[in-house]
Design a protein around this ligand. Structure first.
Ligand SMILES: Nc1ncnc2c1ncn2[C@@H]1O[C@H](COP(=O)(O)OP(=O)(O)OP(=O)(O)O)[C@@H](O)[C@H]1O
Ligand SMILES: [Zn+2]
Length: 829
């Protein structure tokens, strides 16, 4: 410590004489970092990882991150920084290394990574809008003079651009003032994409910590003269144990107690009532309770993981559905926590996984934090800081949680590692959180534990090649057999019924039987809306989007035609605009139509639909899951959303309505995706008590994927798939870089793609394209694609990316192509 300080001192003393320059990352899509000089009065405050206030361009200001500090005078003129915003770095050196790695690997700028990585509150620019926090009130006695001036202006105007704040104070160094005001919660930064900030409060009940031990509790329960209150207390204890948290309304409803009885317990200070914002991080007690036991095969798997971690950094758990992978992760996490390490638990889509959150909260209580794009800014910064100090031990989050400044990361768990939503599509950085996690972990010498019932072909390949350790768990918890899978040949049904089969008689009978046995049913169809397209029965006209090259989907709830690519809606056409006849034929079916037919066929049952249209609100998805869990819904029909890692007790039947649709995508991963989706959704059936049944409706009944599914044979699927990948030189045998070109004019797009394609072909003979993708126009932009397959052992991957970038720059130097958007996507999924 002393030594370090001494060196720092030295550097600064010298720099009083010479000068000091810093390299700054700005949260912009500019290809490089910028160097600024540091005026002497700021030199003592310079630390990498702190934010500096700088002018960029003519007069725009930004808070940039200091990437490095140096004494060498650059050859060009530099501007002075205006100020240093932070006393302590807001990111650690590991973050800066991570940003750099992502920017190199995924061909984007460090600024783009920074923009994705930092919570909005930590990003400031002249364009930033500050919103006054009404909850702060107007007592400004805690503010200094400068803060007061800004706060008062905000109180009056309610919102101000940072550039306007500048006018209020006479100092040019306004960013540090803003930082203090945000820290003091006088204002917050507006985030355009978030719903307007409105805090919803609810009463939550917690046990007074004084009673949080068995002795005290039993003394209380045995000696109380208020039996009704004690009943209520018992209900509470039961709920808190099973759910991890209890709201007042829920407690009263479930216990049947009155408000007065609850008040009685509160007056005696046994239960405490807390007003909590519903969206806030749950303030659960920081207490872990991992009292469950693993069964024999889980124990074996756990010790295999331990052994694997002695020699390997990454371990893949291939465990069939409902084998208890989550329980295994929990035990593994516990070990790392006990060693004082932090753990990151990555999930594909956090909004879809309220169930997992609840399960982990039961075990880890308040030791677990949830990083969620839907939480408001204050909470995200709060969490950011708690991770940075090491106060929070476990973080559960989707891919962006990777950007949190961990202090002592020991383990990253990647649940459902095969899931394509680990890859960010739009905007840059187009990173795959699974692969990035492996790099990030290496910076801490941390371990990575990834698991799936249907591992990605890449990960399984790496495991078989001994790059990762492989641990198998091939038995369902409780010894239940995997569901039986039967294929229903829709061709025979169609011949009898005419038209596309939605719910075949066989499926209908199976649903009836399941319902008669007091069981629940899940139906899966990968299309939302009512009818995916309409066709005029007289002339064949098909309504299409004006901006995109796609057919429009009819939605009943809006009674409109929707484009699923740009979101545009159109009124339903009464007559065909081409021939004038009124003879629309609805082609194919989406979840809305299924729901409608189910309601007709099963009028006495409770039916719900789960797709993005049905679960728009913040908690709608969670509510639906809870209702289904409590068996207040009998049949759940939905899209992919019903697939993701859900654990229900009473589902005995799963129906996959249109396997052909899944098996006919024009993509080399089509079989992998189809197998994963169908095996995963099948896995929701028969998880507790008895074996389940899965019915798959298909016309290509001999498709190999269906045969592998029937045997639940991942290995066979993999062997078949890997042979094809090898033959056609696809990943994992090659590495792909996809270049997408976009422009409003078709000719410009095509010409640009031809020129770029021709020049790249010299370097990359295996190049595919340029070609128009299946959907070749989206949001009024024409699209062309070039696919580059790189050999993995080439070893010069960074050089090859440079070649690609050079040619892109060369093309953009031509005036005609300046406005063509070119998007490199490394390892596209
Ligand atoms: N050791 C255990 N003790 C108690 N319950 C367990 C244990 N192992 C698994 N379970 C229960 O079995 C069910 C299935 O486990 P879990 O959801 O962890 O499986 P999974 O392997 O993650 O499945 P999927 O891949 O389908 O998500 C859960 O309800 C879980 O609580
Ligand atoms: Zn459109």
């Amino acid at each position: 410590m002393i030594n370090e300080n001494f060196q720092e001192q030295n550097l600064f003393e010298k720099s009083e004489v010479a000068n000091l320059w810093i390299e700054v990352i700005l949260p912009l899509a500019i290809p490089k970092t910028y160097t600024y000089s540091v005026p002497s009065f700021l030199q003592k405050k310079i630390k990498t990882g702190c934010r500096a206030e700088v002018v960029f361009g003519k007069n725009k200001k930004y808070a940039g991150i200091i990437k490095s500090v140096g004494n060498l005078k650059p050859a060009y003129e530099t501007k002075d920084i205006l100020n240093i915003i932070d006393d302590e770095p807001i990111v650690y050196p590991q973050q800066l290394l991570l940003w750099k790695w992502i920017s190199d690997y995924y061909m984007c700028s460090e600024g783009e990574v920074m923009a994705a990585a930092l919570p909005t509150h930590l990003k400031l620019s002249s364009e930033t809008i500050l919103i006054y926090n009404e909850e702060y009130g107007d007592d400004f006695s805690q503010l200094d003079n400068e803060e007061y001036l800004v706060a008062e202006a905000l109180l009056i105007k309610k919102e101000l651009k940072l550039a306007e704040v500048q006018l209020v104070t006479d100092t040019i160094h306004v960013y540090p003032i803003i930082k203090r005001l945000i820290d003091k919660r006088v204002c917050f930064v507006w985030e355009a994409f978030n719903e307007k900030y409105k805090e919803k409060k609810e009463n939550y009940i917690v046990l007074n910590p004084d009673y949080d031990n068995d002795e005290k509790l039993s003394e209380l329960l045995n000696n109380s003269k208020a039996p009704k209150q004690m009943e209520l207390l018992l209900s509470f204890l039961h709920l808190i144990k099973t759910q991890g948290e209890v709201s007042q309304s829920e407690l009263l409803k479930k216990s049947g107690a009155s408000v007065a009885q609850l008040k009685g317990l509160a007056d005696k200070n046994i239960l405490l009532v807390e007003k909590r914002s519903v969206d806030r991080l749950k303030s659960l007690p920081k207490k872990s309770d991992i009292s469950f036991e693993l069964n024999e095969s889980q124990k074996k798997a756990l010790s295999e993981i331990d052994i694997a971690f002695n020699t390997k950094d990454v371990c893949l758990v291939h465990g069939i559905t409902s084998s208890g992978k989550t329980q295994l992760y929990i035990k593994q996490i516990e070990k790392f926590i006990n060693e004082g390490k932090q753990v990151l638990y990555l999930l594909p889509e956090i909004t879809l996984t309220a169930q997992i959150i609840r399960r982990l909260q039961i075990n880890f209580g308040g030791n677990i934090g949830i990083y969620h794009s839907k939480f408001n800014n204050n909470e995200r910064v709060e969490l950011w800081n708690k991770i940075k100090t090491g106060e929070l031990k476990i973080i559960l989050g989707a891919r962006s949680a990777l950007f949190l400044p961990f202090k002592s990361l020991g383990l990253i768990v990647i649940d459902e590692e095969h899931d394509p939503s680990f890859k960010q599509q739009e905007p840059a950085p187009r990173y795959n959180a699974r692969d990035t996690a492996i790099f990030y972990a290496s910076l801490f010498k941390a371990k990575v534990l990834m698991g799936s019932a249907t591992p990605s072909v890449e990960s399984y390949y790496n495991a078989l090649k001994n790059k990762y350790a492989l641990v198998n768990l091939d038995e369902r918890y409780g010894g239940i057999k995997l569901p039986e899978i039967k294929i229903i040949d829709t061709r025979t049904v169609a011949a009898a019924k005419k038209g596309k089969v939605m719910i075949s008689p066989q499926l209908k009978a199976a649903i009836e039987e399941a319902l008669a046995n007091d069981r629940q049913v899940i139906l899966f169809q990968n299309r939302r809306g009512y009818a995916p397209f309409l066709i005029c029965g007289t002339c064949g006209f098909i309504p299409r989007c004006e901006n995109c090259d796609v057919t429009l989907t009819l939605h009943k709830f809006s009674n409109k035609l929707h484009c699923h690519y740009c979101g545009n809606t159109y009124p339903k056409l009464p007559a065909c605009p081409a021939c004038g006849s009124v003879n629309w034929i609805e082609k194919n079916f989406g979840t809305e139509k299924i729901e409608e037919e189910l309601t007709e066929d099963f009028p006495n049952n409770r039916i719900a639909r789960m797709d993005v249209d049905a679960v728009k609100g913040k908690n709608a998805h969670d509510t639906l899951i809870k209702l289904f869990e409590q068996h207040r819904i009998d049949i759940l029909a939905g899209t992919q959303m019903v697939v993701k890692g859900l654990d229900f007790e009473k589902v005995s039947l799963v129906g996959i309505l249109d396997a052909d649709g899944l098996l006919s995508f024009a993509d080399f991963r089509v079989n992998e995706r189809a197998f994963q989706l169908m095996e995963q959704v099948s896995g929701r059936a028969g998880r507790k008590k008895e074996q389940g049944l899965v019915l798959i409706q298909a016309s290509k009944i001999n498709h190999p994927v269906l045969l592998f599914l029937q045997e639940h044979n991942y290995e066979k699927f993999y062997e078949n798939e890997i042979a094809m990948r090898k033959q056609f030189f696809y990943p994992p045998y090659s590495r792909l870089i996809k270049l997408t070109l976009k422009h409003k004019l078709k000719d410009t797009t095509h010409d640009a793609a031809d020129i770029l394609g021709n020049s790249l072909k010299k370097y990359f003979p295996g190049l595919v394209g340029p070609a128009a993708p299946v959907i070749n126009r989206v949001r009024s932009m024409y699209l062309m694609e070039i696919l580059i397959k790189l050999s993995k052992d080439a070893g010069h991957i960074q050089d090859q990316k440079k070649v690609i970038n050079n040619y892109i720059n060369l093309l953009k130097a031509d005036k005609r192509f300046r406005s063509v958007i070119i998007i490199p996507d490394v390892d596209p999924v």
